[in-house]
Design a protein around this ligand. Structure first.
Ligand SMILES: Nc1ncnc2c1ncn2[C@@H]1O[C@H](COP(=O)(O)OP(=O)(O)OP(=O)(O)O)[C@@H](O)[C@H]1O
Ligand SMILES: [Mg+2]
Length: 248
């Protein structure tokens, strides 16, 4: 039996007349990097929101690390070790890089018990510094977040997600709006993070994920169009059709 960190079964969600996610199932083995691709409006973000509890599915089931989390609020899901980095950034613009990450690390540390408050503060500070080091933002720790470049703000977004010590990290277009150089650096970072965190990642640019993904799911109009290894996806005629013409 495969060791699954996430199992989503037959997820479904409509908004008015739009069937945003139509009977989608996913199985994600621990340690992998699973990518979701698809044209604009194909249901990628909605699928993420159904998994994280930001949106309730009209039917279907989500199991995280063997536990049913269907319909559970995101705050509770996050405490169980599932973190999401947003397509729209959640950085506090007027706080420093360090403060932004510390808030996330502190929220995660609430589940631990310390004998003295000072030990808790030290542990949170250490965790924050480790994350900044890992993400490559240590030198920018005292910079006000709104003064960072767009690429560094997205890195900060990642750092915030990572500070919660997740076992599954959901990234919604982490390279959106980035220059080619920033994109390459983010891809490297994601690859590095995947050494100890399972990653489920939405990406619009196909070339970005072909190198790093274990498995790719292609969504089209809310449905799973195809799923397979990058090479299979790349050469699949239906996928090429969707990407070249934008429709089937
Ligand atoms: N809260 C909502 N209310 C109404 N319609 C919605 C809502 N959220 C999503 N939709 C619709 O559901 C469909 C899927 O949207 P979704 O944001 O999941 O697509 P996406 O694949 O993430 O697109 P993009 O690549 O542009 O980020 C779209 O037609 C969208 O307009
Ligand atoms: Mg989206």
């Amino acid at each position: 039996m495969t060791d699954l960190i996430l199992r989503a079964e037959n997820l479904d969600r409509s908004f008015g007349g739009i069937h945003a996610v139509n009977d989608v199932s996913l199985e994600i083995p621990r340690g992998t990097l699973h990518a979701i691709i698809g044209p604009n409006g194909s249901g990628k973000t909605t699928l993420f929101n159904l998994i994280t509890g930001h949106t309730h599915p009209s039917s279907g089931r989500v199991e995280f690390d063997g536990q049913d989390i269907t319909g559970m609020a995101y705050a509770k899901v996050a405490r169980k070790g599932l973190a999401k980095s947003y397509q729209i950034t959640t950085v506090f613009p007027l706080l420093t890089v360090f403060e932004n990450v510390r808030i996330a690390a502190q929220a995660a540390a609430h589940s631990y018990v310390f004998w003295r408050p000072a030990d808790g503060i030290k542990a949170v500070t250490r965790a924050t510094e480790e994350v900044l080091e890992r993400i490559g933002l240590a030198a920018d720790r005292d910079v006000i977040a709104s003064n960072l470049s767009h690429g560094d703000q997205r890195r900060l977004d990642l750092a915030i997600a990572l500070a919660t010590s997740p076992r599954l990290l959901l990234l919604d277009e982490p390279t959106a709006g980035m220059s080619p150089t920033e994109t390459a650096a983010t891809v490297e970072l994601v690859r590095e993070l995947n050494r100890d965190v399972t990653i489920l990642m939405i990406e619009h640019k196909m070339d970005v994920i072909f190198d790093i993904a274990t498995t790719i799911t292609v969504l089209h109009q809310g449905k799973k169009l195809f799923e397979g290894a990058p090479a299979e996806v790349k050469s699949h005629p239906l996928v090429q059709e969707v990407y070249l013409t934008g429709s089937l």
